[in-house]
Design a protein around this ligand. Structure first.
Ligand code: PLP
Length: 421
């Protein structure tokens, strides 16, 4: 690697995925140039085929009205099934273990209804250090809902003093120490702030050995890193589709429920008619007859416009596949890291793990002087990224639409900004 523009251009020239950039709408700056979009970890860009998929639903509604449920090119009643097939490839699951429904935090609540079952011996929830606030609020409110004291039942993983990351050894030791009192381990697969990817398989194994239920929030992992949910064996997982999955703002969330739970109809759940087996759903009987798959957790009938945007984006994932995306992503992020380390003095440091294996696209740059001036400088110079309180700039080059040249220009602008500090 070297820090010349020619090197970046050569990498793009040899990149077999470079053609995919043109399949997305890239926002423009005030001078009409493509922005340097490094924010796919917050909201993925819009695929160009999204409009056509949504128009198809509009047309079906216009021309078929209620019959659109059962006829037309993609009948609404089974629309979510093809999403589950594509999504299962992305997260390494079986299609019957996946359902697309609701939004992420709502699903975390519904999953805790089924999988957080505190009793007098086990009532604690173990969660990751500095989680996304919504996850913390959900955990705390579920504990209160069971009449328990959050101060007593919440265990937050903690890094070694002075460190930003929680080592896998610390996780193992914490599970070993408190495992007998832990009802549920609920960890963000990739931490939104540090960009650290946890070892899902090892956490699952350690948790199960102690008799805990294990679930993951994969908001920052789905579509970003290789996942093997079925084989790694967690009990459940959920993720949003608008970050690396490019399915549009506030769109529906993906849910994984391991096959081993599908026939356990004794699990508590907040039921609704769409969780009823399709074979008997429209008999409108008084008795809930759950589908024996992840579909059994559905509550309401599905918002088809949202699913159309998901279908559009998953078509692209079907075409390319996670292995190719991940290969490029590791190169792109290593290149970003190399360029930043070349220019960064002591004004900032990268807190994300340096091993490609333990991170996804994102690098988190922690400012030593936690003011937003560098961030503002970058935004003013055509770079879109985000700031996370109190002191972190998150940069996420994504393999679908970012180029090596994007990364090079980002580093050039970053260098100018650092020189001004
Ligand atoms: C983005 C994100 C959320 C957002 O939740 P919504 O319910 O979709 O608003 C929740 N948790 C994590 C870890 C996230 O990264």
């Amino acid at each position: 690697m070297n820090n010349t523009l020619a090197f970046a251009q050569e990498r793009d020239y040899n990149d077999t995925l470079s053609v995919y950039r043109d399949r997305f709408h890239i926002p423009k700056d005030s001078k009409g140039r493509d922005v340097i979009y490094m924010c796919g970890n917050s909201l993925g860009l819009m695929p160009k085929n999204t409009s056509a998929h949504i128009s198809q639903v509009l047309d079906a509604w216009q021309n078929l009205a209620v019959e659109g449920h059962f006829s037309g090119t993609n009948p609404w009643i089974t629309y979510h099934e093809s999403l589950a097939v594509s999504m299962s490839q992305i997260v390494g699951a079986r299609p019957n273990e996946i359902v697309i429904m609701n939004t992420l935090t709502v699903n975390i609540h519904l999953l805790m209804v089924s999988f957080y079952k505190p009793d007098h011996k086990r009532n604690k929830i173990l969660f990751d250090y500095n989680p996304f606030p919504s996850d913390r609020y959900a955990i705390e409110s579920q504990i209160k809902f069971h009449g328990l004291d959050p101060a007593e039942a919440m265990i937050e993983l903690m890094p070694e003093p002075g460190a930003n990351l929680v080592s896998q050894d610390t996780i193992d030791e914490t599970i070993e120490m408190y495992g007998d009192q832990i009802a549920l381990i609920l960890i963000g697969g990739i931490n939104y702030y540090s960009g650290q990817l946890y070892d899902l398989k090892r956490i699952t194994k350690a948790g199960h050995k102690k008799g805990c239920i294990v679930g993951f929030d994969l908001a920052h992992a789905a579509g970003n890193v290789t996942l093997n949910l079925h084989d790694d064996g967690p009990d459940f997982a959920a993720w949003c589709t608008y970050k690396y999955l490019n399915c549009g703002p506030g769109n529906l969330s993906g849910v994984f429920i391991h096959e081993r739970h599908h026939t356990n109809i004794e699990l508590p759940r907040f039921a609704g008619w769409y969780g009823n087996d399709l074979k008997t759903r429209f008999m409108m009987g008084p008795k809930f007859d759950p589908a024996l798959s992840a579909d059994g957790w559905q509550v309401s009938n599905q918002p088809v416009f949202g699913m159309a945007a998901i279908r559009a984006s998953l078509d692209l994932f079907d075409e390319v596949g996670i292995p190719a995306l991940r290969r490029k992503s590791e190169m792109l992020t290593s290149y970003l890291e190399y360029l930043i380390l070349n220019i960064a003095g002591h004004q900032l440091r990268i807190i994300t793990p340096s091993e490609g294996q333990w991170r996804g696209c994102q690098l988190s740059l922690q400012m030593v002087q936690p003011d937003k001036s560098l961030f503002t400088y970058l935004m003013d110079h055509g770079v879109i990224l985000d700031w996370r309180e109190p002191d972190v700039i998150r940069v996420a080059p994504t393999p679908f639409y970012n180029t090596f040249e994007d990364v090079w220009h980002f580093h050039r602008i970053l260098k100018d900004g650092l020189d001004l500090l």
